[in-house]
Design a protein around this ligand. Structure first.
Ligand SMILES: [Zn+2]
Length: 223
């Protein structure tokens, strides 16, 4: 990952490349309307047989370079400019493709991890998506301390406890169209738990907006 090496080298010197430079030739692409996966032409998406917990996935692209390196850099080296830039790109994609009365709900980060990372990445993404799309943010969820999802295998991630993400008191989201904001959609387990919590607060609908969707092989394994 040459770009990631550059990001880490730059981070050691506390300067970062400009987001547009790091993203290079990257252009947003649409995946499957329902699950966000990369579409192969003339093949029906595997999600036709799945039970999805949201009505649509809006994404910037597949989880591959240079986008993947930029997301990793944003999260782990607290590269705020990059997360702001990607959040604004996501906000431009959201304009006109979500219904009125929508709200952005960032996937929360456990408090101790937030301290260590020095950045709440989904919060930064949601803030800048909100600024460019005009859709308000509602921080309706909070999260208990638990192992980060990125350190687990795909099978362990599916075991994420349904009470690891909880509704805040008085979330005030009843009847709204919720758009969950996360960085990467992998197994979708975190988003599923969050979507079910929002539904229990009687939102009108749940959509998902992410920076990238991991490519999965036919048998559902992370590639
Ligand atoms: Zn699909």
């Amino acid at each position: 990952m040459p770009l990631l090496d550059t990001i880490i080298d730059e981070w050691a010197g506390i300067t970062f490349p400009r987001p547009v430079v790091a993203l290079g030739e990257f252009k947003p692409t649409n995946g499957c309307y329902w699950c966000g996966a990369e579409m192969q032409s003339d093949v029906v998406c595997a999600c036709m047989r799945a039970r999805l917990h949201w009505s649509r996935v809006i994404r910037l692209g597949a989880y591959e370079e240079p986008l993947s390196d930029c997301i990793l850099g944003g999260k782990y080296t607290a590269w705020k400019d990059m997360l702001e830039h990607l959040g604004a790109m996501l906000g431009r994609k959201l304009r006109g493709c979500v219904p009125p009365n929508s709200i952005l709900v960032p996937i929360p980060m456990p408090p101790i991890r937030r301290c260590f990372r020095r950045i709440n990445h989904t919060g930064v993404i949601a803030k800048h998506a909100s600024l460019t799309s005009g859709i308000p943010i509602r921080r309706a969820l909070w999260r208990k301390e638990c192992m980060p999802q990125a350190s687990k295998s795909a099978s362990e991630r599916t075991l994420l406890h349904r009470n690891s993400i909880l509704l805040r008191p008085l979330p005030m989201i009843k009847g709204r169209n919720a758009i969950l904001i996360d960085d990467v959609l992998t197994t979708g387990r975190t988003l599923e738990v969050a979507a079910n919590k929002l539904k229990s607060a009687r939102v009108a609908s749940v959509r998902v907006a992410v920076l990238a969707v991991t490519k999965m092989s036919q048998n559902g394994k992370k590639m």
